[in-house]
Design a protein around this ligand. Structure first.
Ligand code: AMP
Length: 335
C-alpha cells in the first residue's frame, strides 16, 4: 500500500449568478473527476459574493442551489468536504491575520481589482473587493491545499497566496503549505457565448440568450441553440475562422464524450440547423439527470441543510487546527 498521502485540492465557486454550461465544462465536471485522485475541499463561496452588489434573498437561494447542483453533478459529501464558506468562521478570522501579513503594494497590484474598480468607479467598489484575494488566500491556506485548480484570471491571486504563505512561514515558522495551481485537464475548453462566440459564456452575462444555464428547461436549451450564431460557409468544421461552429463542436464533444473530429465526421454534409439541433439534444440529454437530481435535493431543504452542516463541521475541524497554530505563532494568548 502506498504511504504517500493524497494531495489536497481546494476549489470554490461564488454564488453570484446562476451556474451555466461554461462553469460546468470549465470547472464543475473536473471537480467531480478530481475526487478520484485527491482529497477535495469544495466551497460555496458566499462571503466572496458580498464583494459585489448582492440581493440577500438571491444569495441565500443560490447557496442552496449551488450545493444542490454540487450534489447533483456527483460531488460526494462522503468523499469530499462540501460546505458553505460563511459556516466556517475561520475564513474570516485567518483573513485578518493574513491582511496584516500582506503589503498594500502587493494587494494594489492585482490587475483584476484594477480592472473592476476602473469599470465601477470609486463609488461602486467596496473594501471587500480590494481585499478578496486575501480572503481567497485564507480559504486555500486554512486547508493546507497542495493544488488549486485555476484559470488565467486567478493566477495572480494564487501567486499572492503563495507570497503570503511564504512570508508567514519565514517570519514565524513553517505553518502553511505553499499551494500550486492545477491546470489538469488541458482539453477543458473555454466555452463562448452562443450569441457572441468571441465572448466567454458567463453566468452574469447580460444577454441570457447566449448562455445555457444548468437548470434551463429543455425547450429553452433547444431554443438557445437554434438561435446560436454560426459562421459563413456551410461546413461543420472547427477552425479559427469559424468561432461559432468551433464553440458548438466543443460543447457537443463534452456533452457526448466524443471527439471534435468525430463530430466533424458525423455532421459532414449536415446543415447548420440540424447540427445545432443535435448539439441542443446532446446538451439536454447530458443535463437531464443533473436536473432531475437537483430537483430532488432542492425539494428537501432539511436534507440539504444536514449535508451543509456535516460539511461545515468537517471543514471547521480542519480549519481550526490551522488557525490555532497561526494564533499561537503570532502571539495570541491561548486559553
Ligand atoms: P465564474 O463563473 O466566472 O466565477 O467562474 C467560475 C469557474 O467556472 C472558473 O473556474 C471558470 O474558469 C469557469 N468558467 C466560467 N465560465 C466559463 C466558460 N465560459 N468556459 C470555461 N470555463 C468557465
Amino acid at each position: 500500500m502506498s504511504e504517500e498521502r493524497r494531495k489536497i485540492v481546494y476549489s470554490a465557486l461564488k454564488p453570484t449568478g446562476d451556474l451555466q454550461l461554461g462553469n460546468y465544462i470549465g470547472a464543475l465536471r473536473n471537480m467531480v473527476a478530481m475526487q478520484e485522485e485527491f482529497d477535495c475541499i469544495y466551497t460555496v463561496a458566499d462571503m466572496h459574493s458580498l464583494t459585489v452588489d448582492t440581493v440577500p434573498a438571491e444569495l441565500r437561494r443560490r447557496s442552496y442551489d449551488f450545493m444542490a447542483i454540487f450534489l447533483a453533478i456527483g460531488l460526494d459529501p462522503e468523499r469530499s468536504v462540501l460546505f458553505v464558506q460563511s459556516h466556517v468562521p475561520a475564513h474570516a478570522e485567518l483573513t485578518w491575520v493574513l491582511n496584516c501579513n500582506t503589503m498594500m503594494g502587493e494587494a494594489s497590484r492585482m490587475t483584476q481589482f484594477k480592472d473592476k474598480s476602473k469599470k465601477a468607479g470609486k463609488a461602486g467598489i467596496n473594501v471587500g473587493l480590494f481585499d478578496y484575494p486575501v480572503l481567497m488566500a485564507s480559504d486555500i491556506l486554512l486547508y493546507n491545499a497542495d493544488l488549486v485548480p485555476i484559470g488565467k484570471d486567478q493566477q495572480q491571486h494564487l501567486e499572492l497566496a503563495r507570497t503570503i504563505a511564504e512570508r508567514f512561514n519565514n517570519r514565524y515558522s513553517p505553518t502553511f503549505t505553499v499551494p500550486e495551481g492545477y491546470y489538469g485537464n488541458k482539453r477543458t475548453s473555454k466555452i463562448y457565448s452562443l450569441t457572441d462566440p468571441t465572448a466567454k459564456m458567463g453566468k452574469t452575462d447580460s444577454n441570457a440568450g447566449g448562455v445555457i444555464f444548468l437548470l434551463d428547461k429543455p425547450e429553452d436549451i433547444m431554443r438557445k441553440f437554434a438561435r446560436a450564431v454560426t459562421d459563413s460557409g456551410s461546413e461543420v468544421k472547427a477552425s479559427a475562422d469559424k468561432p461559432g461552429i468551433t464553440n458548438l463542436l466543443n460543447i457537443w464533444s463534452v456533452m457526448t464524450g466524443k471527439t471534435v473530429a468525430e463530430g466533424e465526421k458525423e455532421f459532414a454534409g449536415a446543415s447548420y440547423e440540424s447540427f445545432k439541433r443535435a448539439v441542443g439534444e446532446a446538451t439536454v440529454e447530458h443535463l437531464r439527470p443533473i436536473r432531475e437530481k437537483y430537483a430532488r435535493y432542492i425539494s428537501d431543504k432539511g436534507e440539504l441543510e444536514r449535508i451543509m452542516k456535516s460539511g461545515a463541521e468537517k471543514a471547521a475541524y480542519l480549519a481550526r487546527r490551522t488557525l490555532s497554530k497561526v494564533y499561537r505563532k503570532v502571539g495570541f494568548v491561548q486559553l
